[in-house]
Design a protein around this ligand. Sequence first.
Ligand code: C5P
Length: 281
Amino acid sequence: MIVIKAPAKVNLSLKILGKRPDGFHELETLMVPLELADEIQITRIESGVTLLCEGGSADVTSDAQNLVWRAAMAYQSASGDREGLHFLVKKQIPSGAGLGGGSSDAAAVLLALEEMAEHPLGMDVLQGLAADLGSDVPFFLYRCAAICKGRGELIQPVTFSWDGYLLLIKPPFSISTPWAFTRYAEMQQEKPLGSCNEEKDNGILFKNNDLEAPVFSKYLVLAVLKRWLLQQAGVENALLCGSGSTMFAAVRERKDAELLADAVKAEFGEAFWTCVTSISF
Ligand code: C5P
């Protein structure tokens, strides 16, 4: 049996540069992997590919829609290998959250199958398979901080250090990524967007996320949450993760992150999911 970790991500900045002819948006985003991770166990079986997801919400299905299954199929059709495999996915990363859980699971499967293969496909092929599975999947092949361009699939690893913790806060609803991009495009036509006034600029880290304005226009509680977080002692910044619905607050001390998690639940309700984690350098 092989056991692999599939880390979550946050975007420390996300800039939308324009709409592309293929319908996607041209991005420039700094993404970092987190300590928070799903776990995937892979067992060889007689034949076929089977999948079981534990611990996820109802929308994480154990069928052919799941990116784990699709990644396994993509790898096998590229390699010609037809080995029987069973995947047990232990979900820790919430879905519809902007944390890249499904994409990370898919990349972890590609990396594991590459490791197990007698004749590995090589990183170039793997990257192509990853990009076909989703815009965020190639980033997770690298397992380090990266600036991602194009529709997200062009990866430039970067090094930087930041010593602190992230409190992840997910409200009790999910947000559809296509909806967020569509709303962004609509708002661009209505009026040019400015970035949120309350941003604190800390150089390369924690710049704004261009998807906040469209997401906040519908999910007002997230705008309220951001403003509230920025007023709390010790919070260096608060930013939406990808297209949401998770928001992260950056703080220096673990204790402050834990106290902040309690305060979030007291202020916004127990239905808000929280998790103290850190960037995985
Ligand atoms: O690539 P992925 O399947 O994750 O993208 C989901 C949806 O998000 C796309 O169908 C598109 O509507 C939107 N998207 C976009 N521009 C990107 C990435 C995603 O418009 N760079």
